[in-house]
Design a protein around this ligand. Structure first.
Ligand SMILES: Nc1nc2c(c(=O)[nH]1)N[C@H]1C(S)=C(S)[C@@H](COP(=O)(O)OP(=O)(O)OC[C@H]3O[C@@H](n4cnc5c(=O)[nH]c(N)nc54)[C@H](O)[C@@H]3O)O[C@H]1N2
Ligand SMILES: Nc1nc2c(c(=O)[nH]1)N[C@H]1C(S)=C(S)[C@@H](COP(=O)(O)OP(=O)(O)OC[C@H]3O[C@@H](n4cnc5c(=O)[nH]c(N)nc54)[C@H](O)[C@@H]3O)O[C@H]1N2
Ligand code: SF4
Ligand SMILES: [Mo]
Length: 731
């Protein structure tokens, strides 16, 4: 066959870097950055080579598996899909639709077949018991986008290539390569901005890799960002520094905003955040004075106690200064395959139903995953009896993993669509493994919605599909077809509608993703009626991708609120602001609980959530799962650097090695998530050797952002003692 060179967008993280992959005789021989990719311009990180390790991993499952007691047996696809459909239909008929729950993990959004076809499977189930990684991640962003702009995917991103000032909170793009901000090669773009005289100000309880390259870094007490952001807003409005410019013509509620933020002074923010009032005022003045500025916050400010308020205040900072939808400010991408304006667009809905046990609100048809375990464990009508997990590992990625393990062990049926037997799928009765990434074609449906430049790129499969294997989308289509036969979800409709509906369902479920892409491209903003005339054929002829130019002004045309205006406030937000006023007064009065520390997470460029630890090349070298702690906090407890310590929270404890560092704020400790491969039954040999401990054995399913139900994974109260003392206590 000789050597072939392929081009391909990496699907491992949100940066969607272009790769150049050389294959000889069906074997990958090299993976490099694609210099000709108009978005990533040759950028790459160490994880890209792990695509090869994933491809070759002997632990990766290739055939359907069924668990009988402790034993796993292989099945044919037909038998596996038939059995799963039979058992789901049985539970559905006996206990109702909501007895079947589904959880979609993060790689679902990186695999376009999951995006186009998971509904072919989940649709006929008609269950309201849907969960995903969204509620341990970006739910507040989506809620604010829905409330302010009328669509959950109207998320704005810093236009760094033209910006003069970025205020960043709770994000670490030097490790994460950007999030809800597809910004491959962040470092080079930041350097260019700084060379133009621009400035990056970072607010983070840890002096991170991004702090190293920022112009200014300030420690903040975890969870105090809402107070800080509201004080910035207050300063700008009360000092008359705001100017929404053209936004004023289509924005409602700006006057009331000024009223609502009046109680939030820099002095109050200083008392809870540790950032002094003069610094807050200075940052507000600098931000307002910059010719083009962007206020951006990510994981650290979304997965915390006031995530939605943080995202609201960030949006308002950009609006009142006229930086929203402005070149160099926060801009809205406009992708070629557009889920905002395209066919089947889902703007969102909030609180249309609530979780059974705790009454948490749904958003966009999903419930907060912090409620999953209790919904399985609590008897009564609607109790979850079956669970399907798709591309996820909630035992390691959602709060109180030990409680979830208990719940999973009690399920009548569990099915995992995953190519690993991980900490979660080991509980499944069936594991349905799809093809690996390079065995199917790829177009990034999601992340062009968050990219700092409009581009489009389609790449065919690089390696042949192994005989008898199924892609994710084919698994969903196969299960969907079988479920429709068994459940007849349309039984009560008139015959003609039934026939039409079935033909449509059948066509949709058999239509491969690339046909849907072609359809969307032609109808999109760069389609038939535009100069670009984008079609799938055109994309195929441009394997490095097609540049569609820098981000453009999109408002007010791309507003989807009822009156096509930005809605700055609603009843929920007003109520939340009043409550937060109360919370702040109480916090200021309260002394910190004796000896307690605040736990936060962290990410490393060589690790990806819970699932890349079976790559020897990525995990080798020194361990990366230590607990970071300030030397003063160690000294106060008589602990030494490198010692084994026990961390305790309300829900559990773990034993880890502590690392002393002045790069973390006093009173704060940091442990990365996604580790803890010590559980029995996990079939990942390399990962087990580098097991680590799971941070989510400590995070608490009761700690939430109240409005959205997003998990507060950061700012979890913990105590730390020497492991030997803990052992003696226990004895
Ligand atoms: N404490 C704490 N917890 C966190 C976070 C944190 O910062 N701190 N971060 C949160 C965030 S942002 C996220 S997104 C979640 C992630 O949490 P999850 O989405 O639950 O977990 P992942 O580790 O991404 O799980 C990936 C699984 O998907 C499988 N997989 C990979 N590719 C495919 C594919 O193409 N098809 C299928 N079917 N399966 C595939 C892998 O084998 C693996 O088992 O974790 C969250 N949890
Ligand atoms: N290498 C690598 N890249 C990844 C991933 C990965 O696991 N590994 N995961 C991908 C995924 S799923 C996501 S969602 C993104 C996440 O992308 P980012 O949000 O950029 O990454 P994190 O490292 O989670 O950054 C969160 C930061 O918030 C800080 N923080 C914690 N609590 C607080 C707080 O209360 N206030 C403030 N201001 N800061 C706080 C933490 O110290 C941390 O530096 O990364 C993606 N990219
Ligand atoms: S930064 Fe993300 S997209 Fe780029 S090569 Fe690394 S893992 Fe892949
Ligand atoms: Mo995430």
């Amino acid at each position: 066959m000789g050597e072939q060179t392929h081009y391909r967008a990496c699907n491992l993280c949100e940066a969607i870097c272009g790769l150049e992959i050389k294959v000889r005789d069906g074997v990958i021989v090299s993976i490099r950055g694609d210099e000709a990719d108009p978005l990533s311009r040759g950028h790459i990180c160490p994880k890209a080579v792990a695509l090869q390790d994933l491809q070759d991993d002997p632990d990766r499952l290739r055939r359907p598996q069924k668990r009988i007691g402790e034993r796993w047996v292989e099945l044919s696809w037909d038998q596996a899909l038939d059995e799963v459909a039979d058992r789901l239909a049985e539970i559905h008929q006996r206990d109702g639709a909501n007895a079947i729950a589904a959880y979609l993990g993060n790689p679902s959004v990186h695999n376009w077949g999951n995006m186009t076809h998971s509904s072919a499977f989940l649709g006929p189930l008609k269950t309201r018991s849907r969960y995903s990684a969204t509620s341990v991640d970006q739910l507040p962003h989506q809620l604010i986008a829905y409330w302010l702009y009328g669509h959950q995917l109207m998320v704005s991103v810093p236009d760094i290539d033209r910006s003069a000032y970025i205020l960043m909170l709770g994000a670490n793009p030097m490790a994460s390569n950007g999030s809800l901000w597809t910004v491959p090669d962040f470092r080079k773009r930041l350097k260019a901005m700084q060379a133009r005289g621009g400035k990056l100000v970072l607010i983070d309880p840890r002096r991170t890799e991004t702090a190293e390259v920022s112009d200014e870094h300030h420690f903040i007490r975890p969870g105090a960002d809402a107070a800080l952001l509201l004080a910035l807003l207050n300063t700008i409005l009360s000092e008359g520094l705001g100017d929404p410019g053209r936004l004023a013509a289509f924005t409602d509620g700006l006057d009331q905003v000024a009223e609502c933020v009046r109680p939030f002074t820099p002095e109050r923010a200083a008392a809870v955040s540790g950032v002094d009032a003069e610094t807050i005022r200075r940052i507000a003045r600098e931000f307002a004075a910059a010719p083009a500025a962007a206020a951006y916050g990510r994981m650290g400010v979304s997965t915390q106690a006031h995530g939605t308020l943080c995202q609201w205040a960030l949006a308002l900072l950009n609006i009142v200064t006229g930086n929203l939808d402005r070149e160099g400010g926060m801009m809205f991408p406009h992708p070629a395959m557009d889920l905002v304006q395209g066919a089947g667009s889902k703007p969102g809905h909030y609180g249309a139903w609530r979780s059974r046990v705790r009454g948490l609100p749904e958003f966009g048809g999903e419930l907060p995953v912090s409620a999953l375990a209790e919904e399985i464990l609590t008897p009564g009508e609607g109790q979850h009896k079956a669970l399907i997990t798709i591309a996820g590992n909630p035992v390691l990625s959602t709060p109180n993993g030990r409680q979830l393990e208990q719940a999973l062990a009690s399920l009548e049926l569990m099915v995992s669509v995953d190519f690993y037997r991980n900490e979660t799928s080991r509980f499944a009765h069936y594991i349905l493994p799809p093809t690996a990434a390079l065995e199917h074609d790829h177009y990034d449906i999601i992340f062009h919605h968050f990219a700092l430049r409009n581009t489009a790129r389609y790449n065919p499969a690089i390696l042949p599909k192994p005989a008898g294997a199924l892609h994710d989308w084919e698994i969903f289509a196969g299960l969907g077809r079988r479920l429709r036969e068994r459940l007849r979800p349309d039984a009560r409709r008139p015959l003609l509608q039934r026939v039409q509906g079935r033909i449509r369902d059948e066509l949709m479920s058999r239509m491969p993703p690339h046909r849907m892409l072609d359809f969307s491209l032609r109808r999109g903003v760069y389609g038939k009626k535009s100069p670009q005339q984008l079609t799938l054929r055109k994309l195929k002829a441009a394997p490095h991708g097609i540049d569609l130019g820098p981000l453009q002004q999109e408002l007010p045309a791309r507003l989807f609120t009822r009156n096509h205006r930005i809605a700055c406030l609603n009843e929920e937000l007003r109520g939340e602001l009043q409550r937060f006023d109360q919370v702040l007064s109480e916090q200021q009065a309260q002394a910190p609980v004796d000896g307690e520390l605040w736990l936060i997470g962290r990410r490393h460029v060589r690790s990806n959530n819970s699932w890349m630890h079976n790559s020897q090349r990525l995990v080798k070298g020194k361990a990366r799962d230590q607990l970071f702690m300030h030397p003063d906090d160690l000294a106060a407890r008589g602990l030494d650097d490198g010692q084994q310590v026990e961390l305790r929270s309300r829900v559990g404890s773990v034993t880890v090695t502590v690392q002393s560092t002045v790069d973390i704020m006093r009173g704060v400790v940091s442990l990365p998530h996604g580790w803890g491969h010590t559980r029995s039954g996990v079939a990942q040999r390399v990962a087990r050797k580098h097991a680590g401990q799971s941070a989510n054995d400590l995070t608490d399913e009761r700690l939430l952002d109240r409005l959205s139900g997003n998990a507060a994974l950061n700012g979890v109260p913990v105590t730390v003692i020497a492991a030997e003392v803990a052992a003696a206590d226990a004895a």
